[in-house]
Ligand binder design. Sequence first.
Ligand code: PGA
Length: 232
Amino acid sequence: MRLEVLPAAVWAATVAETLSHRLRSRPHLRLCLATGRTPTPVYAALGADTLTSATVILLDEFGGLPPGHPARCETMLRAALRSGVKPRKVIVPEVDRPDLAAACRDFDRAIGQGGIDLAILGLGRNGHLGMNEPGSSVSAPTRVIRLAPETRESARGYGADPVPDWGITAGLNQVLAAGEVWLLVTGSHKSAILKQTLEGPIGPDVPATYLRDHPAATVWADADAAAGMSAG
Ligand code: PGA
């Protein structure tokens, strides 16, 4: 796994420019995108037309919040993008359907038609990827999942009230099959879990450690998150 450490002041612009460059050479890229605080400034820095031909697969979604709620992942993603930045197609986990098992199957089917070229992920404070919480196996499927306390706390921070206790997440089997994965990590509050991700034992206690076995994974960290680690 490659570690790129950037000064906090240029972190978002650099990641956004790298993504824009990628989209210029491969406009039809199939992107799986996380939401949350970390990637938001990257998405906000994307220029008009960047996603015009791309397919966006929303990594996960909270259950129990009404459509359009500001803490919903889809709402956060759309709010982050500047007006005029419109992906060709957006695939989301349909958490409002009565049959959640069918929603998971349909989400997987939609991903399965072309897979994921590039997954852009955040790092949970508990080491989760998407809502693949600690305890998730390397082949965990797309599923309804009960949220860990740290994830519920994040949802509270996004303005969710009541705080959801479940969601649908793309499985690790989907995410880890992506052609390329970027793990975005910013802030000193993430430095301990980033260190564990890079140096701790690979396994279900910290699902992000699975990325170390991925052939094309890059950590984009700002200097605050990477304090105490050296790029290599
Ligand atoms: P955050 O969330 O970017 O809001 O810190 C990351 C995550 O929980 O995956």
